[in-house]
Design a protein. Structure first.
Lengths: 402, 735
């Protein structure tokens, strides 16, 4: 089996995913193009050697529909020969795109490929692609469908995370993200989004609120109280987990991932192709895994998939130096720390989606890139990247520095 | 063309009237023959160029109650016969085709090209209301008794003759689902506001206005057959749809615990149907209808909640030789909560009431209870001040037993104490007219022993009401050893007069219902002692289909009462008759912590002045063991709750306390809310089969103790492959 190496990665800054966000004027195609183009230019890539572009996108409809990956490869100047495919595994799509590209390399069928993702949440909108899962009784009922925030509240209730716990986590995420920007830790990865005249539209993540403290978060009302009560979801939660007397709603905008726009791309290839192109490998993809987890709690998949991928890699938790666990909601990470009795200092050291935002289809590739940069910066060896996923799944990837 | 069930008239304007008036029946129902005739007449209307359109109206004082449930049962029988002879596939196709005949007939009517108008007076329900929904115009009388609706869901079915599709095209999706889920019988104004009917008219103008609508040249095209039609909530996959469907699926689960396939079928049929043109939508609805019709739940619910309940209400267990007792005035002794409530219900049904207590003040207080209940009804718009005045005028409070002299029935509802009861009975007998029946509303004391205080023991009977009387539909009529037929008949006649459903049980400790309920509560206590989280005990019990969790229920009836019953059982039957774990728990709660239940605001739950009850935090300290909830088998917990009640019901059957499975089933649903989708305690056993039930009991016995040991009768039934209903029907046939 061929080794899949990570040669480079880039991402756009994350724009606030609202009409007043800086990237609202930029199309989904424009975001994806920015990332792909930057990757091509700074690696002086002869794109003829790129066998595929795999992009994650969670709501691939409207301007994001109809295989955005092929469109973006063309507009990014990759030439006619480079194909593209868009995939969707909800919030892990970006990491899965990297894994799919890596799998193409590992299988020996491709030599060089790009994995990445894109999401314009401000333009397409979360949930715009519909889908059977929340709507069709045939799946919504047996899978105990709940909006994800309510599942996150269920995790907090079941595993005993109080409002104080989740808010404290959020404050820490903001602090770490601000410090990371301050120290220039994202500088190598983040490619400004520019207009046709070369004017910068956005160069930095704009969702962050570095001044966040416990007091400011305490002022926020839990987001899902009314929806859970009137929409019947409290009852769904209790039927899935009857050991709970009452769902405690602790999540709000300040301790949940931010809605943002953005794109990312990761260049992956085998040793030969990299050498031929004059590229230096930055990390090796050691193992990856996917798993289905309990659909009602929905967001505990990272725990299950971590066990699975470690087993696959023949590793233990102690072999991993660094973790990126997507901060979909604070309770997701707190549960992860609790389940593995893990030192919080090893996890999301440069902040996460609570501070920086979660551009659904792109986040996985962004987390992977952050892990590569942090391994290089800190001189550590191994990292595990994982995301929770709608309908109860988990994806994880283990990388090691070379 | 000979018509049996309809009359067909054609007026000089070319407008036909089809008058539905079935011979020998008080109410029209949809039968195979009705379908045959309707089909013929609609083809005639469609094909005769001289006929402009047709009005369908009833010749009776109601429109129709809908389809004959017997017809549906016959389809299932035919399926079984055909499956045996020709195989499942052919039988299923025939069943599907047969059960959607009404759908196709209504659709043919709707698309026949001629306008059809339904003119409705009185009851118009189920399949009959679906007929009207297929008509192009619906005029309904303003008669106060007129009700329209689709109540199929109440017997485990759903409106399968186009009802789900047409309602979902007349109303916004959320409202349509709610209407179909609730199965309410709607008053005319409500139906109009919901867009289910077009016009309200005085009864005697119905026909003329219906004809006028046709004469005005209105077309026979349903709104949804217009190519430009848009459903009220638009497309399923739209922002509006995303607001409705996830919540609808969740609310279904909240309301049913996913135990009622017919309610789920409504969701499926509407979700899938709204994405299809009408003919395909109807076909999908038919697929779900055939599926539900054959479900265990529908069959059990039809039998218990429709057939059996109807039979019991009509006096299935009444000694037929006894003349009907005329009860113009009832004497009630004891104006406490129970007595006052019985008085209220009697007065509500136009029976005069004498309400006696130790002093005038207590008696007046009992009467005031009726004032309070009626005022509540007035506040809800369900009664008028005049109704309250009239009802209160029928209740005479007093402290003198001489008032019993002209009563036609006397019921005591005094304190549950043997001596108090004995004195009351003796005093009453001295004041009563000779020959008048005396009833005790005791819930705990054997009737046979109480009857010893009455010189005419054959005239002494138990009438056991459930609290709150005005809401609980069940009454246990208890036959003591010496209770005579006249006393039994009188008790049943009284229960019928107050519009409750009676079951007749033989004398036994706890009679029938309370024996099952005590087991249910005990199972909750024992789970608690095992270390199951209390919230899980409560939630899983409700998921099993019970209306309230065992700990809540115990709080409602009072923990000290549970403690007292336990002590009494011990005293009467010995220490082995009670479970030490249960006794320790109640001892700790009642005697150590002073937690008596809701009445003192402290039970398993805390009852704050404001807000919802919460499980008491101190419960954790009473659980020596704690079980990891993720390790528990939820299905098994559900089974424990239902089996402990069903096995007690089987014991009462074996002991001859209950002798008719219909009574065990109906009594369990009405009396203590036993998982209605099962059809009741004995249907639960029949539904899984005695052999499987016995296996389940044996497994539970091994794991949880001998309280799950099946009796000889059940084991015999398991071996012989028999059912309670099969056995009972044989006995009935033999008699």
């Amino acid at each position: 089996m061929a080794d899949a190496f990570i040669y480079d990665h880039v991402r756009t800054p994350r724009g606030r995913g609202k009409p007043d966000g800086s990237l609202h004027e930029v199309s989904t195609l424009g975001l994806a193009t920015t990332a792909l183009k930057a990757l091509r230019l700074r690696n002086h890539l002869d794109t003829d050697i790129v066998d595929d572009v795999v992009l994650g996108c969670v709501d691939p409809v409207g301007e994001a529909g109809g295989d955005i990956a092929r469109a973006a490869a063309l507009t990014a100047g990759y030439g006619d020969k480079v194909p593209g495919v868009q995939i969707n595994r909800f919030c892990a799509s970006g990491l899965d795109a990297v894994n799919f590209a890596a799998a193409q390399i590992m299988s020996g069928q491709h030599d060089m490929a790009i994995g990445g993702g894109v999401e314009s949440m401000s333009r397409v909108g979360i949930g715009a692609s519909g889908g059977a899962w929340p709507v069709d009784p045939a799946i919504a009922i047996p899978s105990y469908f709940m909006p994800q925030g309510i599942s996150a509240d269920l995790i907090a209730t079941k595993y005993g995370f109080s409002r104080h716990d989740v808010d404290a986590y959020a404050v820490e995420s903001q602090k770490r993200a601000a410090a990371a920007w301050e120290a220039g830790r994202f500088n190598n990865a983040v490619m400004p989004v520019k207009d046709i005249n070369g004017l910068t539209i956005l160069a930095r993540d704009e969702h962050m609120r570095p001044g966040t403290d416990m007091q400011s978060l305490a002022a926020l009302k839990a987001s899902f109280v009314t929806m859970a009560e009137q929409g019947g979801f409290n009852a769904v939660a209790l039927q899935a987990h009857p050991e709970i007397e009452r769902l405690e709603h602790v999540h709000h905008a300040g301790n949940s991932s931010g809605i943002v726009d953005g794109a990312a791309a990761v260049l992956i290839g085998n040793a030969q192709a990299g050498k031929a192109a004059g590229l230096k490998p930055r990390a090796r993809i050691r193992a990856f895994a996917n798993i289905g987890s309990e659909p009602a709690m929905m967001l505990t998949g990272p725990v299950d998939v971590t066990r699975k991928v470690l087993k696959r890699a023949g590793m233990n938790m102690s072999d991993i130096d660094l973790f990126e666990v997507n901060e979909a909601f604070a309770a997701v990470v707190l549960r992860y720390l609790q389940a593995f009795d893990l030192d919080a200092a090893k996890v999301n050291v440069n902040g996460g989606a609570i501070a920086l935002g979660h551009p659904l289809g792109a986040t996985g590739a962004m987390l992977l890139g952050t892990a590569v940069d942090e391994l290089e910066r800190s001189g550590k060896s191994t990292a595990l990247v994982t995301l929770c996923i709608g309908a109860g799944m988990g994806t994880a990837t283990i990388i090691e520095r070379v | 063309m000979e018509l049996v069930n309809f009359r067909f008239d054609l007026d000089t304007d070319g407008i036909a009237t089809l008058t539905w008036d079935m011979p020998g029946r008080s109410m029209n129902v949809i039968t195979e023959q009705v379908m045959d005739e309707l089909e013929r007449m609609l083809e005639r209307v469609a094909s005769d160029a001289a006929i402009k359109g047709c009005v369908i109206i009833s010749g009776k004082d109601s429109f129709s109650g809908g389809a004959d449930l017997g017809m549906l049962e016959a389809s299932s029988r035919r399926y079984a016969e055909m499956a045996a002879l020709q195989g499942e596939d052919i039988a299923m196709q025939a069943f599907f085709d047969g059960t959607r005949r009404l759908t196709l007939l209504y659709r043919r009517l709707e698309t026949s090209g001629k306008p059809w108008v339904a003119a409705i007076d009185g009851t118009c329900l189920g399949g009959a209301f679906e007929l009207s929904l297929a008509c192009h115009y619906r005029i309904v009388s303003d008669n106060a008794k007129t009700r329209v609706g689709l109540p199929e869901i109440k017997v485990g079915l759903f409106p399968g003759a186009g009802g789900t599709q047409r309602v979902a095209r007349l109303m916004p999706t959320g409202d349509a689902l709610q209407m179909l889920f609730k199965g309410e019988q709607l008053r005319v104004q409500a139906a109009k506001a919901m867009n289910l009917i077009h016009e309200i008219a005085p009864k005697d103008e119905l026909l003329a206005r219906a004809k006028a609508w046709i004469a005005a040249g209105n077309k026979g095209i349903a709104p949804w057959d217009d190519p430009k039609f848009k459903a009220p909530s638009g497309r399923v996959f739209s922002p509006a749809g995303m607001m409705v469907w996830p919540a609808a699926n969740a609310i279904y689960r909240r309301e049913t615990m996913d135990n009622y396939p017919a309610a789920k079928a409504i969701l499926h049929a509407v979700y899938e149907g709204l994405q299809l043109p009408m003919d395909l939508a109807l076909r999908v609805e038919s697929r779900w209808f055939a599926h539900i019709l054959r479900s265990k739940e529908a069959r059990a619910m039809i039998r218990s909640l429709f057939v059996s309940m109807g039979e019991l209400n009509k006096g299935a267990r009444r000694p037929q030789a006894e003349p009907v007792a005329k009860i113009g005035k009832v004497g009630i002794i004891g104006a406490g909560f129970m007595g006052a409530s019985i008085g209220y219900v009697a007065a509500l049904n136009n029976i005069d009431v004498v309400l006696i207590d130790r002093n005038m003040e207590a008696a007046e207080k009992g009467k005031a209870h009726s004032h309070k209940l009626m005022s509540g009804q007035i506040a809800k718009g369900r009664a008028k001040t005049a109704d309250r005045d009239a009802l209160l005028a029928r209740i005479l409070p007093g402290d003198d037993y001489a008032l019993l002299a002209d009563c036609d029935l006397v019921i005591e509802a005094v304190f549950e104490d043997r001596n108090v009861k004995a004195q009351t009975i003796q005093k009453a007998e001295a004041a009563m007219k000779p020959g008048v029946i005396f009833a005790s509303n005791t819930s705990t004391l054997p009737i046979t022993s109480l009857a010893k205080n009455f010189s005419r023991q054959e005239d002494f009977v138990g009438i056991h009401f459930f609290s709150p009387v005005e809401r609980m539909m069940l009454v246990e009529v208890i036959k003591g050893r010496n209770t005579g037929d006249r006393a039994l008949a009188t008790a049943l006649d009284f229960v019928r007069a107050i519009k409750k459903t009676p079951i007749v049980v033989n004398d036994s400790r706890g009679f029938y219902a309370n024996r099952c309920v005590l087991n249910y509560v005990r199972e909750g206590h024992l789970m608690f002692a095992e270390g199951v989280p209390p919230a899980m005990i409560e939630n899983v019990a409700r998921m099993a289909g019970m209306p309230v969790g065992p700990l809540s229920l115990n709080d409602e009836v009072a923990l000290d009462l549970a403690w007292k019953i336990l002590q009494a059982t011990k005293a009467d039957l010995g220490a082995d008759a009670v479970d030490p774990a249960q006794e320790q728990l109640l001892d700790a709660l009642v005697n150590r912590h002073g937690r008596l239940g809701r009445k003192n605001g402290k039970g398993f739950y805390d009852y704050p002045e404001k807000g919802q009850k919460r499980l008491w935090e101190g419960l954790a300290d009473l659980q020596l063991n704690k079980v990891d909830p993720d390790s528990l088998d939820i299905e098994e917990m559900k089974q424990r709750f239902l089996v402990t009640q069903a096995i007690e019901a089987a014991r009462t059957f074996e002991e001859g306390v209950v002798i008719d499975p219909r009574e065990a089933d109906v009594g369990s649903i009405l009396g203590f809310g036993f998982a209605p989708f099962t059809g009741g305690t004995l249907s639960y056993i029949d539904g899984m089969g005695a052999a499987e039930f016995v296996l389940l009991c044996e497994r539970l016995t091994r794991k949880f103790g001998p309280r799950f040991t099946p009796g000889e009768e059940l084991i015999g039934m398991a071996k012989a492959g028999e059912t309670f209903y099969g056995r009972f029907m044989q006995k009935k046939d033999a008699a």
